[in-house]
Design a protein around this ligand. Structure first.
Ligand code: PEP
Ligand code: MN
Length: 369
Protein backbone atom coordinates (compact mmCIF):
# COMPACT_ATOMS: atom_id res chain seq x y z
CA UNK A 1 0.00 0.00 0.00
CA UNK A 2 1.30 3.45 -0.87
CA UNK A 3 1.55 6.20 1.69
CA UNK A 4 -1.54 8.36 1.96
CA UNK A 5 -0.69 11.92 2.78
CA UNK A 6 -2.96 14.10 4.82
CA UNK A 7 -4.06 16.98 2.67
CA UNK A 8 -7.27 17.70 4.48
CA UNK A 9 -7.94 21.06 6.04
CA UNK A 10 -5.47 23.14 7.93
CA UNK A 11 -5.54 24.57 11.38
CA UNK A 12 -3.00 27.37 11.19
CA UNK A 13 -4.00 29.27 14.28
CA UNK A 14 -6.84 27.13 15.52
CA UNK A 15 -10.20 28.55 16.41
CA UNK A 16 -10.00 29.99 19.85
CA UNK A 17 -13.68 30.15 20.55
CA UNK A 18 -15.63 33.34 20.85
CA UNK A 19 -15.92 35.29 24.08
CA UNK A 20 -18.90 37.23 22.84
CA UNK A 21 -21.48 36.50 20.16
CA UNK A 22 -23.57 38.84 18.06
CA UNK A 23 -26.70 37.37 16.51
CA UNK A 24 -27.73 39.36 13.45
CA UNK A 25 -31.37 39.93 12.54
CA UNK A 26 -32.68 37.97 9.57
CA UNK A 27 -34.66 40.90 8.14
CA UNK A 28 -33.35 44.14 9.66
CA UNK A 29 -35.72 47.11 9.55
CA UNK A 30 -35.30 50.75 10.61
CA UNK A 31 -38.11 53.30 10.75
CA UNK A 32 -40.29 50.86 8.83
CA UNK A 33 -37.77 50.50 6.02
CA UNK A 34 -35.75 47.34 5.31
CA UNK A 35 -32.01 47.55 5.78
CA UNK A 36 -29.37 45.67 3.84
CA UNK A 37 -28.32 42.52 5.68
CA UNK A 38 -24.78 42.67 4.31
CA UNK A 39 -24.35 46.37 5.10
CA UNK A 40 -25.37 45.75 8.73
CA UNK A 41 -22.99 42.81 9.03
CA UNK A 42 -20.11 44.75 7.46
CA UNK A 43 -20.67 47.68 9.81
CA UNK A 44 -20.71 45.39 12.85
CA UNK A 45 -17.54 43.58 11.76
CA UNK A 46 -15.77 46.85 11.02
CA UNK A 47 -16.70 48.20 14.45
CA UNK A 48 -15.43 45.07 16.21
CA UNK A 49 -12.17 45.05 14.25
CA UNK A 50 -11.64 48.77 14.85
CA UNK A 51 -11.63 47.93 18.57
CA UNK A 52 -8.89 45.35 18.07
CA UNK A 53 -11.01 42.24 18.35
CA UNK A 54 -11.25 39.48 15.77
CA UNK A 55 -14.49 38.34 14.14
CA UNK A 56 -15.54 34.81 13.31
CA UNK A 57 -18.64 34.74 11.11
CA UNK A 58 -20.92 31.67 11.09
CA UNK A 59 -23.91 31.38 8.84
CA UNK A 60 -26.31 29.00 10.52
CA UNK A 61 -29.82 28.07 9.54
CA UNK A 62 -30.87 31.38 8.05
CA UNK A 63 -29.19 33.46 10.74
CA UNK A 64 -25.73 34.92 10.89
CA UNK A 65 -23.78 34.83 14.12
CA UNK A 66 -20.59 36.82 14.64
CA UNK A 67 -18.18 35.49 17.21
CA UNK A 68 -15.96 38.13 18.82
CA UNK A 69 -12.50 36.95 19.84
CA UNK A 70 -9.82 38.80 21.69
CA UNK A 71 -8.73 40.05 25.03
CA UNK A 72 -11.71 40.22 27.35
CA UNK A 73 -9.66 40.71 30.49
CA UNK A 74 -10.80 44.30 30.96
CA UNK A 75 -14.48 44.06 31.92
CA UNK A 76 -15.16 47.76 31.29
CA UNK A 77 -13.84 47.60 27.74
CA UNK A 78 -15.88 44.48 27.04
CA UNK A 79 -19.03 46.03 28.51
CA UNK A 80 -18.59 49.19 26.43
CA UNK A 81 -18.21 47.08 23.29
CA UNK A 82 -21.31 45.08 24.14
CA UNK A 83 -23.44 48.18 24.67
CA UNK A 84 -22.25 49.84 21.49
CA UNK A 85 -22.94 46.71 19.45
CA UNK A 86 -26.44 46.34 20.90
CA UNK A 87 -27.30 49.79 19.53
CA UNK A 88 -26.16 49.00 16.00
CA UNK A 89 -28.51 48.41 13.08
CA UNK A 90 -29.38 44.80 12.33
CA UNK A 91 -28.19 43.44 15.67
CA UNK A 92 -30.67 41.13 17.39
CA UNK A 93 -28.65 39.97 20.37
CA UNK A 94 -25.22 40.45 21.92
CA UNK A 95 -24.14 38.04 24.60
CA UNK A 96 -20.98 37.11 26.49
CA UNK A 97 -20.02 33.45 26.20
CA UNK A 98 -19.34 32.36 29.71
CA UNK A 99 -18.80 28.65 29.40
CA UNK A 100 -15.46 26.90 29.37
CA UNK A 101 -16.32 25.20 26.11
CA UNK A 102 -16.97 27.93 23.63
CA UNK A 103 -17.10 26.18 20.26
CA UNK A 104 -19.49 23.38 21.23
CA UNK A 105 -21.58 25.42 23.64
CA UNK A 106 -25.29 25.89 23.20
CA UNK A 107 -24.55 29.55 23.77
CA UNK A 108 -22.82 29.80 20.40
CA UNK A 109 -25.36 28.35 18.02
CA UNK A 110 -23.49 29.70 15.02
CA UNK A 111 -21.09 26.74 15.14
CA UNK A 112 -23.87 24.27 14.73
CA UNK A 113 -23.47 22.31 11.50
CA UNK A 114 -25.57 19.20 11.19
CA UNK A 115 -23.60 15.99 11.21
CA UNK A 116 -24.81 13.90 8.29
CA UNK A 117 -24.39 10.14 8.25
CA UNK A 118 -26.03 8.22 5.40
CA UNK A 119 -28.80 10.77 5.01
CA UNK A 120 -29.48 11.06 8.74
CA UNK A 121 -29.04 14.54 10.20
CA UNK A 122 -27.74 13.37 13.55
CA UNK A 123 -29.48 15.20 16.37
CA UNK A 124 -32.61 15.78 14.30
CA UNK A 125 -35.87 13.84 14.45
CA UNK A 126 -34.39 10.69 12.96
CA UNK A 127 -32.21 8.51 15.17
CA UNK A 128 -28.85 7.21 13.94
CA UNK A 129 -28.27 3.49 14.38
CA UNK A 130 -24.72 2.20 13.99
CA UNK A 131 -24.33 -1.56 14.36
CA UNK A 132 -21.71 -4.18 13.73
CA UNK A 133 -19.11 -6.36 15.36
CA UNK A 134 -16.79 -5.27 18.12
CA UNK A 135 -13.85 -6.21 15.89
CA UNK A 136 -13.48 -6.92 12.20
CA UNK A 137 -12.60 -10.63 12.06
CA UNK A 138 -13.11 -11.74 8.46
CA UNK A 139 -14.79 -10.63 5.26
CA UNK A 140 -17.54 -13.20 5.75
CA UNK A 141 -18.23 -12.09 9.32
CA UNK A 142 -18.31 -8.42 8.36
CA UNK A 143 -20.36 -8.78 5.21
CA UNK A 144 -22.97 -11.04 6.82
CA UNK A 145 -23.31 -8.54 9.68
CA UNK A 146 -23.51 -5.57 7.34
CA UNK A 147 -26.31 -7.16 5.31
CA UNK A 148 -28.21 -8.23 8.43
CA UNK A 149 -28.06 -4.89 10.23
CA UNK A 150 -28.81 -2.96 7.06
CA UNK A 151 -31.92 -5.04 6.42
CA UNK A 152 -33.08 -4.24 9.96
CA UNK A 153 -32.63 -0.50 9.38
CA UNK A 154 -29.13 0.33 10.63
CA UNK A 155 -27.59 3.37 8.94
CA UNK A 156 -23.92 2.55 9.39
CA UNK A 157 -21.64 -0.40 10.07
CA UNK A 158 -19.24 -0.39 13.00
CA UNK A 159 -16.16 -2.60 13.32
CA UNK A 160 -12.83 -2.14 15.01
CA UNK A 161 -9.72 -2.79 12.94
CA UNK A 162 -7.31 -1.24 15.43
CA UNK A 163 -8.48 -2.48 18.80
CA UNK A 164 -7.24 -0.92 22.03
CA UNK A 165 -7.23 -4.00 24.26
CA UNK A 166 -6.75 -3.91 28.00
CA UNK A 167 -4.55 -7.01 27.82
CA UNK A 168 -1.62 -7.27 25.42
CA UNK A 169 -2.44 -10.99 25.20
CA UNK A 170 -5.92 -10.38 23.78
CA UNK A 171 -6.49 -10.27 20.00
CA UNK A 172 -5.37 -6.87 18.77
CA UNK A 173 -7.50 -6.61 15.64
CA UNK A 174 -6.74 -7.11 11.95
CA UNK A 175 -5.34 -3.59 11.75
CA UNK A 176 -4.66 -2.46 8.16
CA UNK A 177 -6.23 -5.66 6.81
CA UNK A 178 -9.36 -4.85 8.79
CA UNK A 179 -9.53 -1.38 7.27
CA UNK A 180 -9.46 -2.86 3.78
CA UNK A 181 -12.20 -5.34 4.69
CA UNK A 182 -14.32 -2.46 6.01
CA UNK A 183 -13.77 -0.62 2.75
CA UNK A 184 -14.63 -3.66 0.65
CA UNK A 185 -17.79 -4.47 2.60
CA UNK A 186 -18.84 -0.83 2.55
CA UNK A 187 -18.70 -0.87 -1.25
CA UNK A 188 -20.43 -4.25 -1.49
CA UNK A 189 -23.26 -3.39 0.92
CA UNK A 190 -23.57 0.37 0.60
CA UNK A 191 -23.30 1.06 4.32
CA UNK A 192 -20.95 3.77 5.61
CA UNK A 193 -18.42 2.54 8.13
CA UNK A 194 -17.41 3.70 11.59
CA UNK A 195 -14.06 2.58 12.94
CA UNK A 196 -11.71 3.55 15.71
CA UNK A 197 -8.62 5.67 15.20
CA UNK A 198 -6.10 4.90 17.91
CA UNK A 199 -3.08 6.85 16.70
CA UNK A 200 -2.26 10.05 14.84
CA UNK A 201 -0.40 8.23 12.08
CA UNK A 202 -3.54 6.24 11.23
CA UNK A 203 -5.70 9.29 10.61
CA UNK A 204 -4.82 9.65 6.92
CA UNK A 205 -5.61 6.00 6.11
CA UNK A 206 -8.83 5.94 8.12
CA UNK A 207 -9.93 9.33 6.85
CA UNK A 208 -9.70 7.97 3.35
CA UNK A 209 -11.45 4.64 4.02
CA UNK A 210 -13.96 5.28 6.82
CA UNK A 211 -16.97 7.56 7.02
CA UNK A 212 -16.94 8.28 10.75
CA UNK A 213 -13.77 8.25 12.86
CA UNK A 214 -14.30 6.85 16.34
CA UNK A 215 -12.24 7.98 19.29
CA UNK A 216 -12.48 5.27 21.92
CA UNK A 217 -12.88 5.96 25.59
CA UNK A 218 -9.20 5.24 26.24
CA UNK A 219 -8.18 8.02 23.87
CA UNK A 220 -10.72 10.64 24.91
CA UNK A 221 -7.96 12.54 26.67
CA UNK A 222 -5.31 12.00 24.01
CA UNK A 223 -5.17 15.69 23.19
CA UNK A 224 -2.57 15.31 20.46
CA UNK A 225 -4.87 12.89 18.65
CA UNK A 226 -7.88 15.16 19.16
CA UNK A 227 -5.95 18.16 17.82
CA UNK A 228 -5.01 16.24 14.68
CA UNK A 229 -8.63 15.20 14.23
CA UNK A 230 -9.45 18.90 14.17
CA UNK A 231 -7.70 18.91 10.78
CA UNK A 232 -10.08 16.31 9.34
CA UNK A 233 -13.42 16.73 7.64
CA UNK A 234 -15.20 13.49 8.50
CA UNK A 235 -17.55 13.23 11.48
CA UNK A 236 -15.78 12.20 14.69
CA UNK A 237 -17.55 9.95 17.16
CA UNK A 238 -16.07 10.84 20.54
CA UNK A 239 -16.65 8.39 23.38
CA UNK A 240 -16.78 9.49 27.00
CA UNK A 241 -13.96 8.04 29.06
CA UNK A 242 -15.09 5.69 31.80
CA UNK A 243 -13.87 8.19 34.43
CA UNK A 244 -14.53 11.49 32.64
CA UNK A 245 -16.79 14.25 33.87
CA UNK A 246 -19.09 15.95 31.39
CA UNK A 247 -16.75 18.95 31.39
CA UNK A 248 -13.86 16.65 30.51
CA UNK A 249 -15.86 15.25 27.59
CA UNK A 250 -16.92 18.66 26.30
CA UNK A 251 -13.40 20.04 26.57
CA UNK A 252 -12.14 17.04 24.60
CA UNK A 253 -14.78 17.84 21.96
CA UNK A 254 -13.59 21.44 22.01
CA UNK A 255 -10.14 20.30 20.78
CA UNK A 256 -11.73 18.69 17.72
CA UNK A 257 -14.16 21.56 17.18
CA UNK A 258 -11.25 23.98 16.73
CA UNK A 259 -11.14 22.76 13.13
CA UNK A 260 -13.85 20.16 12.66
CA UNK A 261 -17.27 20.87 14.17
CA UNK A 262 -18.76 17.54 13.01
CA UNK A 263 -18.70 15.70 16.31
CA UNK A 264 -21.00 13.06 17.75
CA UNK A 265 -20.68 12.45 21.49
CA UNK A 266 -21.10 8.87 22.63
CA UNK A 267 -21.87 7.66 26.15
CA UNK A 268 -20.58 4.19 26.94
CA UNK A 269 -20.86 3.78 30.70
CA UNK A 270 -18.81 5.09 33.60
CA UNK A 271 -17.15 3.56 36.64
CA UNK A 272 -19.90 2.36 38.92
CA UNK A 273 -20.45 4.21 42.15
CA UNK A 274 -21.37 0.90 43.80
CA UNK A 275 -20.94 -2.74 42.91
CA UNK A 276 -23.06 -3.40 39.88
CA UNK A 277 -23.55 -6.50 37.82
CA UNK A 278 -22.67 -4.81 34.58
CA UNK A 279 -19.35 -3.90 32.97
CA UNK A 280 -19.92 -0.20 33.64
CA UNK A 281 -22.75 1.96 34.87
CA UNK A 282 -24.98 3.26 32.11
CA UNK A 283 -24.75 7.05 32.25
CA UNK A 284 -28.08 8.09 30.84
CA UNK A 285 -28.29 11.11 33.16
CA UNK A 286 -25.64 12.63 30.92
CA UNK A 287 -27.98 12.85 27.92
CA UNK A 288 -30.21 15.71 29.14
CA UNK A 289 -27.30 17.29 31.02
CA UNK A 290 -25.15 17.40 27.89
CA UNK A 291 -28.02 18.71 25.82
CA UNK A 292 -28.38 21.65 28.18
CA UNK A 293 -24.74 22.56 27.57
CA UNK A 294 -23.98 21.66 23.97
CA UNK A 295 -25.64 21.47 20.59
CA UNK A 296 -23.62 18.35 19.73
CA UNK A 297 -25.63 15.20 19.15
CA UNK A 298 -25.38 12.53 21.84
CA UNK A 299 -25.65 8.82 21.09
CA UNK A 300 -25.38 5.84 23.43
CA UNK A 301 -23.40 2.62 23.21
CA UNK A 302 -25.47 0.17 25.27
CA UNK A 303 -23.15 -2.80 24.60
CA UNK A 304 -20.02 -1.83 26.55
CA UNK A 305 -21.75 -0.72 29.77
CA UNK A 306 -23.95 -3.83 29.70
CA UNK A 307 -21.14 -6.29 29.04
CA UNK A 308 -23.88 -8.87 28.51
CA UNK A 309 -26.35 -9.28 25.67
CA UNK A 310 -29.51 -9.58 27.77
CA UNK A 311 -29.33 -5.95 28.91
CA UNK A 312 -28.59 -4.33 25.55
CA UNK A 313 -32.24 -3.99 24.46
CA UNK A 314 -33.53 -2.37 27.69
CA UNK A 315 -30.47 -0.09 27.80
CA UNK A 316 -31.15 0.97 24.21
CA UNK A 317 -34.81 1.69 24.82
CA UNK A 318 -34.02 3.69 27.94
CA UNK A 319 -31.42 5.70 26.05
CA UNK A 320 -33.90 6.69 23.37
CA UNK A 321 -36.51 7.53 26.00
CA UNK A 322 -33.96 9.82 27.68
CA UNK A 323 -33.38 11.74 24.45
CA UNK A 324 -30.38 10.02 22.86
CA UNK A 325 -29.89 10.81 19.18
CA UNK A 326 -28.90 7.27 18.28
CA UNK A 327 -27.17 4.04 19.23
CA UNK A 328 -23.88 2.25 18.63
CA UNK A 329 -24.56 -1.46 19.07
CA UNK A 330 -22.35 -4.53 18.81
CA UNK A 331 -23.75 -7.30 16.60
CA UNK A 332 -22.02 -10.51 15.51
CA UNK A 333 -23.06 -13.52 13.37
CA UNK A 334 -22.14 -15.90 16.17
CA UNK A 335 -21.37 -14.02 19.41
CA UNK A 336 -19.91 -16.97 21.39
CA UNK A 337 -17.16 -17.25 18.76
CA UNK A 338 -16.31 -13.53 18.69
CA UNK A 339 -12.65 -12.74 19.30
CA UNK A 340 -13.59 -9.85 21.61
CA UNK A 341 -16.56 -8.84 23.75
CA UNK A 342 -18.35 -12.10 22.99
CA UNK A 343 -20.76 -11.83 25.92
CA UNK A 344 -22.28 -8.53 24.91
CA UNK A 345 -22.65 -8.85 21.15
CA UNK A 346 -26.17 -9.42 19.81
CA UNK A 347 -27.18 -12.05 17.29
CA UNK A 348 -28.92 -10.84 14.13
CA UNK A 349 -32.22 -11.95 15.61
CA UNK A 350 -31.63 -10.08 18.84
CA UNK A 351 -30.70 -6.98 16.85
CA UNK A 352 -34.03 -7.30 15.00
CA UNK A 353 -35.83 -7.32 18.37
CA UNK A 354 -33.78 -4.31 19.47
CA UNK A 355 -34.89 -2.35 16.41
CA UNK A 356 -38.55 -3.26 17.02
CA UNK A 357 -38.30 -2.15 20.64
CA UNK A 358 -36.43 1.02 19.78
CA UNK A 359 -38.96 1.95 17.10
CA UNK A 360 -41.75 1.78 19.66
CA UNK A 361 -39.94 4.02 22.13
CA UNK A 362 -38.86 6.39 19.36
CA UNK A 363 -42.47 6.84 18.26
CA UNK A 364 -43.47 7.58 21.85
CA UNK A 365 -40.93 10.40 22.10
CA UNK A 366 -41.60 11.85 18.65
CA UNK A 367 -38.58 10.38 16.89
CA UNK A 368 -38.14 8.04 13.95
CA UNK A 369 -35.57 5.37 13.21
C1 PEP B 1 -15.49 0.09 20.88
O1 PEP B 1 -16.55 0.69 20.71
O2 PEP B 1 -15.02 -0.68 20.05
C2 PEP B 1 -14.71 0.31 22.12
C3 PEP B 1 -13.49 -0.17 22.25
O3 PEP B 1 -15.37 0.98 23.05
P1 PEP B 1 -14.81 1.89 24.26
O4 PEP B 1 -13.78 2.80 23.69
O5 PEP B 1 -16.05 2.60 24.70
O6 PEP B 1 -14.29 0.93 25.29
MN1 MN C 1 -16.28 -4.05 22.01
Amino acid sequence: MGVITLTIGTLPKGKKGADMIIVMERNPVKDGKPLGVKACLDAVCAYVQAHEYEVDISRGTGQTVVGVLGDFDEPEKADALMHALRAMDGVELVQRVSTKYKLVSREFPGHNPTVQVNGVSVGGKQLLVIAGPCAVESEQQLEATARAVKSQGAHALRGGAYKPRTSPYSAQGLREGGVFLLDRVKRACGLPVVTEVTRIDLIALLHERADVLQVGMRNMANFELLSELARTKKPVLLKRNIAASLDDLLLAAEYIARGNPRIILCLRGIHPTRNVETRAQLDLDAIPLLKQRTFLPVIVDPSHPAGRADLVIPFSQAAIAMGADGLLVEVHPNPPDAISDNEQQLTFEQFGSLMTGVRAVAAAVGRTV
